[in-house]
Write a protein that binds this ligand. Structure first.
Ligand code: G3P
Length: 219
């Protein structure tokens, strides 16, 4: 399973990269705004800076919502760097734009997916990735993980190559459940990825090993 970090924060991207487990980065307009990145030039430079940290895929989201505008914006984003994947919302013009980008060899991430039907459309349009939002479904008392299972079943039934990129992942159990189901990728905040490290028995065990070693060495 690939690990993407879901942030536009360069320090956190570096930290995840230095852990050695980072396969890519996803961003969205809210995450870019959170880092104070506004204006075309700053946005472009920020995507380039992210591509310099990781050698994995970097999702850059279009802001426009009509086919012609999404095509123009997506083509410009794709030209920035070979690692850029154009992130397109699951709307009618978005599906059409994904189909167009696929025909031009431009990779896409279909975002804001909340149902199996939407995921089926994204795969039929040839999306490279589909992003079902697990946490936001959980927020409205709907089982986000069930959606990952449903999409896995549907994609496997027909051999769709679109990769399931579980998004809106909020905590380590989401990551583990995604791995059990067979999501291809998770994108999560650094806190959720780092939380996989922690176990009190590891900390206690290490403290004991070091104490025993020091005692035996007469320290
Ligand atoms: O990748 C989508 C993600 O950024 C949404 O996460 O936590 O805002 O639902 P969240």
């Amino acid at each position: 399973m690939k690990f993407f970090i879901d942030t536009a924060n360069l320090a956190q991207i570096k930290e995840a990269h230095e852990m050695g487990v980072l396969d890519g980065v996803t961003t969205n307009p809210s995450l870019m705004a959170k880092e104070g990145i506004t204006g075309d030039e700053n946005v472009i430079n920020h995507y380039k800076a992210i591509c310099e940290i990781t050698d994995g895929d970097v999702s850059a989201e279009v802001i426009s919502t009509t086919f012609d505008e999404m095509v123009a914006e997506g083509e410009a984003l794709a030209k920035l760097h070979e690692q850029i994947v154009v992130k397109v919302p699951m709307i009618k013009d978005g599906v059409k734009a994904i189909k167009y980008f696929t025909s031009k060899g431009i990779r896409t991430n279909c975002t804001l997916v909340f149902s199996a039907g939407q995921a089926l459309l994204a795969a039929k349009a040839g999306a490279t990735y589909v992003s079902p939002f697990v946490g936001r479904l959980d927020d409205v008392a709907t089982d986000g993980m069930q959606l990952i299972e449903d999409i896995r079943l549907i994609y496997d039934n027909y051999g769709y190559e679109t990769q399931i990129l579980a998004a809106s992942v909020r905590h380590p159990m989401h990551i583990i459940q995604c791995a059990k189901i067979g999501a291809d990728v998770i994108t999560a905040p650094l806190s959720a990825i780092a939380a996989l490290l922690k176990h009190p028995l590891t900390d206690n065990g290490l403290a004991q090993f070091l104490a025993d070693h020091a005692k035996a060495a007469g320290k």
